[in-house]
Design a protein around this ligand. Structure first.
Ligand code: NAP
Ligand code: F7E
Length: 331
């Protein structure tokens, strides 16, 4: 019989890649979606919407989570739903704590009541390492979060460990470093850069306003990282894993790589803007995924330069499409 999986956050970047992967692996896929007052377009999962079952619910609502689990009868639950933008977590700290932190407990408790044999994946984050206590960061590195988002993710991590130890649930925390793709939200720095590079190249814009160019991140490809999530739930025993490329680059290097891919000099277009600086910064992230390599056989297939080029190429095609659509409307 086909395995069944419930994905919270199915409409997000990772949710869409994970749904594709699970469908390809023969799963019956269910996804939790929030109500919206405007017609929901579900842009990232449009191409697979007839193959998945969407269930209404919200991470802040216990009843809806319990109902989703009763309805989906999943073998595996992947908790990807979160208020995931670090900058917003300073302006909406309580909401972030509720959805990104407490939401994990709501979901785990629903699993405990409905069927504690369900396997559970928690989308933990390198933001938990924050002001890093060790370089590179590994599973045993102490946490020092630097944002309300990072603090909420530390809570989500420990409640996952706690439900594993208290109730014997097959619960895993995947500590994933930044991962990106052409489906990345436009507010995150990689996509903000690649989309604006395309607009500048095509004559629609003439500057790119950014915050801290010195921050260093370990950026990988989202398609590789959802494969690691699935592998974690196929292990006999639940364990926590760091997923990362083991390479780090500055935001400035990201900018330079993106602009030079379309033969532009970034220095002519990039302006620093205090609006995009954070109250507390995570200066350096670089992960050691050797445990995942050894136990899961996981390794990344896309490197930094390939990732940036992939995203610039996709945004060049997207902006051209937007220009065509615009000219049809104005005709
Ligand atoms: P994303 O694109 O921002 O997607 C977040 C998803 O969560 C969306 O489907 C969103 O639904 C949903 N969501 C938000 N609030 C919700 C609520 N109250 N109830 C139900 N659903 C809600 O994030 P992502 O990049 O795919 O990341 C997936 C997960 O991994 C997140 O938990 C994130 O914090 C974590 N993570 C991400 C990275 C990374 O580099 N991408 C690294 C480590 C950990 P709407 O479409 O309705 O907004
Ligand atoms: O920022 C700097 C910014 O917003 C990366 C989320 O998926 O990964 C993500 O969190 C860096 C930071 O991602 C701008 O200060 C400079 O140092 O792309 P970001 P993030 O904060 O690292 C982790 C692992 C997650 O778990 C999160 O959910 O880039 N930066 N100038 C900027 N960042 C943004 N967004 N915009 C700028 O203009």
């Amino acid at each position: 019989m086909a395995k069944r999986a419930l994905i919270t956050g199915i409409t997000g970047q990772d949710g869409s890649y994970l749904a594709e992967l699970l469908l390809a692996n023969g799963y019956q896929v269910f996804g939790l979606v929030r109500r919206s007052s405007t017609p929901a377009t579900f842009a990232r999962i449009k191409h697979i919407q007839d193959k998945v079952t969407l269930i209404g619910g919200d991470m802040s609502d216990q009843t809806s989570l319990q109902n989703a689990i009763i309805q989906a009868e999943p073998d595996e639950v992947y908790n990807l739903a979160a208020q995931s933008f670090v900058q917003t977590s300073w302006s909406q700290p309580v909401f972030t704590g509720d959805v990104t932190g407490l939401g994990v407990t709501r979901l785990l408790d629903a699993i405990r009541f409905v069927n504690p044999r369900i396997r559970f994946y928690q989308a933990s984050s390198s933001e938990m390492f924050g002001k890093v206590q060790e370089v590179p960061q590994r599973e045993t590195t102490s946490f020092y979060p630097r944002s309300p988002y990072g603090v909420a993710k530390v809570y989500g991590h420990w409640i996952t460990v706690n439900y594993r130890e208290s109730y014997g649930i097959h619960a895993t925390s995947g500590m994933l470093f930044n991962h990106e793709s052409p489906r990345r939200g436009i507010e995150f720095v990689t996509r903000k850069v690649t989309y604006q590079v395309a607009r500048i190249k095509l004559g629609l814009a003439n500057e790119l306003r950014l915050g801290n160019l010195d921050a260093q991140r370990d950026w990988g490809f989202a398609g590789d990282y959802v494969r690691a999530m699935w592998l974690m739930l196929q292990q006999d025993e639940p364990e926590d894993f760091v997923i990362a490329t083991g390479e780090t680059h500055t935001v400035e290097k990201l900018v330079e790589t993106a602009f030079s891919h379309v033969d532009l000099d970034w220095k002519q277009y990039v302006k620093q803007d205090p609006e995009f600086m954070r109250p507390a910064e995570v200066d350096l992230l670089i992960g050691d995924a050797s445990k995942a390599g050894k136990l899961l056989g996981w390794e990344p297939s896309v490197n930094f330069t390939q990732l940036v080029h992939m995203m610039v190429d996709a945004d060049m095609a997207l902006v051209k499409e937007e220009m065509r659509a615009e000219s049809v409307v104005s005709d």
